[in-house]
Ligand binder design. Structure first.
Ligand code: NAD
Ligand code: DAU
Length: 349
């Protein structure tokens, strides 16, 4: 019997890489991609697998509980890999309720549907919740987030993700829901919506627009190539222990300004511009309210227990990423038309 796996948010940035990996690697699985196709969801991200025999797309909203229940009736899922979310911190600051609805209520709807269709502790079933390192809050100059670090979310986005993590654990504890959770650091790579730092800045350099650096630019993030995140999700889905949490990170910390300078240098090379052209676009702007100072993940548990490690050096990943955006001009033009312009002028003036 073929297994049927529900992947939510599969038309988004990370979700599309997870869908591609599962569809190509597991011909014995049926992969159902459920996505609302918000501004961040884009079926173009999956054009290479859309005709695969083991792939089905369902358009729908995880906030709609009747629809979610009907989907579980229709497909009798063996597992869920839950990525659908509102994912951008700046948008959570202007519209927190959207984040509560999708990230909290949507997750609970999925948990309820799984609870209603699966037996407690049922063998072979799994609810995999994809979360973020932002639930742990902000670090000082030293230290790393461990799986045991206390939750201390600081933004409406991270609070909604923390809440959803708590609900997943509560359903495991109360109803015997088989689950795993992973908390990952900042992803970069192809197909990321250009509201996030890297694709936004790549596109702005290409179009000679200012690069809006928040505050003093000395905020630190731990960057991981998106395909390595998808690989980690595959490994954890298949080999992770029930009710465990795994941190996923790149062992790759950068201050924003150092990262931006490396990106600028590579962009000048790619575009054949004189060195320093892109850096000249750097513009310091008002800081993000409540901006978390530093995130850094200790992914030793995942490495020691399940043998996962990032596969790419950062400079190589960055160069592949820049090349992808420059080669996929039509993708960028499509996602930056319409509503994007409105978002951009509201966010950056
Ligand atoms: P994204 O914003 O690129 O994609 C989110 C996807 O979810 C989109 O396709 C969107 O259409 C869909 N979606 C949104 N609301 C929905 C709803 N109500 N019903 C159904 N579908 C809906 O996000 P991403 O960056 O790919 O992040 C995916 C997941 O990984 C999120 O849960 C996020 O919290 C988590 N995460 C992201 C990062 C990162 O660096 N991007 C790091 C760690 C964890
Ligand atoms: O840590 C994981 C998280 O990483 C994910 O859970 C989130 O979904 C994802 O969006 C990301 O959150 P960040 O807030 O860290 O990512 P963002 O790309 O928005 O910003 C990265 C850093 O760059 C952050 O310190 C803010 C800064 N920044 C961002 C933008 C968009 C700027 O200086 N200027 C900008 O215009």
């Amino acid at each position: 019997m073929k297994k049927t796996i529900l992947i939510t948010g599969g038309a988004g940035f990370i979700g599309s890489h997870v869908v591609r990996l599962f569809v190509n690697k597991y011909s014995d699985y049926n992969i159902v991609n459920l996505d609302k196709l918000t501004y961040a969801g884009n079926l173009e991200n999956l054009s290479d697998v859309e005709n695969a025999d083991n792939y089905i797309f369902e358009k729908g909203d995880i906030v709609d509980k009747d629809f979610i229940n009907s989907l579980f009736e229709k497909y009798d899922f063996d597992g869920v890999v839950h990525l659908a979310a509102e994912s951008h911190v700046d948008r959570s600051i202007t519209n927190p309720m959207e984040f509560i609805m999708t990230n909290v209520v949507g997750t609970v709807n999925l948990l309820n549907a799984a609870k209603n269709h699966w037996k407690a502790n049922e063998e072979g079933k799994l609810f995999y919740h994809v979360s973020t390192d932002e639930v742990y809050g902000s670090l000082g100059n030293t230290g790393l987030f461990l799986e045991t670090t206390s939750y201390d979310p600081q933004s409406p986005y991270s609070s909604s993700k923390a809440s959803s993590d708590h609900f997943v654990r509560a359903y495991g504890n109360t109803y015997g829901m088989p689950y795993v959770i992973s908390n990952c650091s900042n992803n970069y790579g192809p197909n990321q919506f250009p509201e996030k730092l890297l694709p936004l800045f790549i596109n702005n350099i290409k179009t000679s627009k200012p690069l809006p650096v928040y505050g003093d630019g000395l905020f630190t993030r731990d960057w991981l190539y998106v395909v390595d995140h998808a690989r980690a999700i595959d490994i954890i889905y298949h080999n992770g222990r029930n009710t465990e949490t795994y941190n996923i990170g790149g062992f790759n910390e950068w201050t924003n300004i150092d990262l931006i300078k490396i990106m600028c240098k590579q962009m000048d090379e790619f575009l054949g511009n004189t060195e320093g052209t892109a850096e000249g676009l750097i513009t310091y702007v008002k800081d993000r309210p409540g901006h978390d100072k530093r995130y850094a993940i200790d992914a030793t548990k995942l490495k020691n227990e399940l043998g996962w490690e990032p596969s790419l050096q950062f400079e190589e990943g960055l160069s592949k990423t820049i090349k992808w955006y420059l080669d996929n001009e039509e993708w960028m033009n499509n996602v930056t038309s319409g509503d994007y312009q409105k978002y951009y002028s509201e966010q950056y003036g």
